[in-house]
Design a binder for this molecule. Sequence first.
Ligand SMILES: NC(=O)c1ccc[n+]([C@@H]2O[C@H](COP(=O)([O-])OP(=O)(O)OC[C@H]3O[C@@H](n4cnc5c(N)ncnc54)[C@H](O)[C@@H]3O)[C@@H](O)[C@H]2O)c1
Ligand SMILES: [Zn+2]
Length: 339
Amino acid sequence: MKKRTYKFSNSSTDYYLAYGISHLKELVDQRNSVIITDENVFGYHEKRFKNWNVIVIMPGEEYKIQSTVDAVIEELVAVQADRKTTLIGVGGGVVTDITGYAASIYMRGINFGFVPTTLLSMVDASIGGKNGIDVGVYKNLVGTVRQPSFILHDLIFLNSLPQAEWVNGFAEIIKHACIKDAAMFRDLEAGSLKKYQGRKISVCKLIQRNAILKTKVVQQDEFEKGGRRLLNFGHTLGHALENQYELSHGQAISIGMAYASVISEKITGFKEADRVARLLLKYNLPTFTQFDKQKVFDVLKMDKKRERKVINYVLLEKIGRGVVEAIPLDRLEKIFQDL
Ligand SMILES: NC(=O)c1ccc[n+]([C@@H]2O[C@H](COP(=O)([O-])OP(=O)(O)OC[C@H]3O[C@@H](n4cnc5c(N)ncnc54)[C@H](O)[C@@H]3O)[C@@H](O)[C@H]2O)c1
Ligand SMILES: [Zn+2]
């Protein structure tokens, strides 16, 4: 597989898709690089980290916090990392978000690259340059926007990925199909989780298609003034649900996408909310569930995407074409009550 380079506003990123982590040493100076990974990835794939400096953090969203970053920085000082050191995040979105953030602030910014190891981080979290940490209940409250210098995919990592994490990844893939890629939507309808898991080639193609789709959206709007907002499809309601119920991110945004499709029927004249729901169900994702509408609406009102009395809600005009609609809060509240 060859290298492809994508340019952003003031940097560029080399993509090595379907490579092999053994090639990592050709991309960076191994003696002056530090890998950050988590206990799960390290536990399953220890042999792949041989001869590398490695910092192993605790796994899970609850460790995507400043104290983990502080511990990483202390270890970087201990191994005498300098301005020429490259940090490499090998893991899911938690690891890549922390790595990008630590690299952005250590010595006011050093080089970093990613080897995403979850489906979700391959198609979503590792792309686009947003990095950072959670503060209390506020997800991704603190961080920077800075692109990695490279992204390398090695699909061997997916061999150890738990089923629930596959499903989380497919939620973002279906999101991409809904907002930008009707042909991929049809492919997904024809496929299934089992089929993709059983066929390396088709999953590899699907991952690349999604990684490039997100990259192009980000290239056109790196600092989220317009088109990048489409990537929030399902996320406005999804985040509000995720805060209050025991749901994974994929489940929460799946419910968010199902309802956003219904709201689209009321506002844009979209006609295929059923079809979106059927696809989500096919990939073991939830759609319409009972929730406390008032309580969830109260949280949703506080969303980062709110601007005064209006929420920018991502809706569909048709499959493969998302739009951002500014909906006044009082109108949205009414729509919610009628759902
Ligand atoms: N920066 C962005 O643009 C962006 C976009 C989307 C999501 N995110 C962030 O990404 C995070 C979610 O990413 P995620 O779903 O990858 O979560 P994660 O990093 O928590 O990984 C999920 C679980 O899988 C484990 N794991 C990772 N790779 C594995 C492998 N190959 N085999 C076995 N287990 C493995 C992890 O230890 C963890 O328990 C969230 O913090 C979210 O905010 C960031
Ligand atoms: Zn998401």
